[in-house]
Design a protein around this ligand. Structure first.
Ligand code: B12
Length: 222
């Protein structure tokens, strides 16, 4: 029996579930190559990969899959997003510094934003999971980015570092994103909220800073 070719975003997510959650990493990579190819990177991230991650978490918290399956799926997706982040080497373009707040290890949303900004012509300094605030400030002092995006699942992660974020916001635009980012936190930190899904948020950030359309010829799916 052959598996039907996925036709809808839900079919693609099912295909990821069938491969990654039975530890078939090769099959999972194959599905990812196909979906990036067929839907394009942005739609594949927005409609398939990020919602799939959400579903994985729901299955894991409902006990229908174990932590090993969740880790296997996460690792394959992380390696793929890392490849996409490195797919464009730029020496010009606005620079964004992206980091998760201290203690925060959920980084897929931030990685997706990095991928999209990069494809829109930005240079990215990706500092990744659980970045100490002092290191973030130090990096920004030397890199002088146009924008800084910081993420946290919990609002308290922003609140605990509000003074440092406020100081940073005096020299660049600081954007708070992900579940912990609220109006209250943005006000407290002198920052701006970056709302919506990571793909749309990247487009919004790009438009807000008045940049031109992407040079799609430089971007390749991996
Ligand atoms: C993968 C994953 C992990 C991985 C992360 C690996 C990695 N390198 O990122 C690992 C295994 C490390 C992990 C650890 C933990 N996790 Co976890 N994890 C997940 C999972 C399955 C996917 C998260 C994800 O990336 N989703 C994709 C993002 C894009 O979707 P989202 O989180 O819904 O975000 C939405 C918005 O907030 C926004 N957004 C998110 N990020 C960004 C970034 C930007 C820039 C923008 C603009 C927008 C944006 O976009 C999304 C809407 O489209 C979720 C399940 C879920 N339901 O989300 C659980 C989940 C987030 N984890 C959870 C928990 C409890 C934990 C742990 C505490 C488990 C434990 N006991 O150790 C630890 C905490 C680690 C830490 N200190 O941060 C809970 C959180 C519950 C809560 N409300 O706080 C969830 C929801 C699982 C669940 N159903 O219980 N986790």
């Amino acid at each position: 029996m052959t598996t039907p070719h996925p036709a809808t975003p839900s079919d693609w997510r099912d295909a990821l579930q069938q491969t990654l959650e039975s530890f078939d990493e090769t099959g999972g990579h194959r599905v990812l190559s196909q979906v990036f190819d067929e839907l394009g990177v942005e739609d594949a991230l927005s409609q398939v990969v990020l919602p799939y991650l959400h579903d994985v978490g729901e299955r894991w918290s409902a006990g229908s899959i174990g932590v090993a399956q969740e880790h296997c799926a996460s690792n394959v997706l992380r390696s793929r997003l890392s490849l996409l982040m490195g797919a464009t080497e730029r020496t010009e373009g606005p620079l964004a510094v992206l980091a998760c707040m201290p203690g925060e290890r959920h980084e897929f949303g931030l990685m997706a934003t990095a991928v999209v900004l990069s494809r829109l012509g930005w240079r990215i300094a990706y500092l990744g999971a659980s970045t100490p605030t002092a290191e973030l400030v130090h990096a920004c002092r030397s890199l002088q980015p146009v924008a800084v995006v910081v993420t946290a699942q919990r609002a308290t992660a922003f609140a605990a570092h509000a003074p440092a974020l406020r100081r940073l916001a005096a020299s660049t635009t600081v954007h708070l994103a992900a579940r912990g980012a609220t109006d209250e936190m943005a006000t407290l930190c002198g920052a701006t909220l970056l709302e919506g899904d990571p793909v749309w948020a990247a487009r919004g950030l790009h438009e807000a800073l008045g940049r031109s359309e992407p040079d799609a010829s430089e971007s390749t799916a991996v």
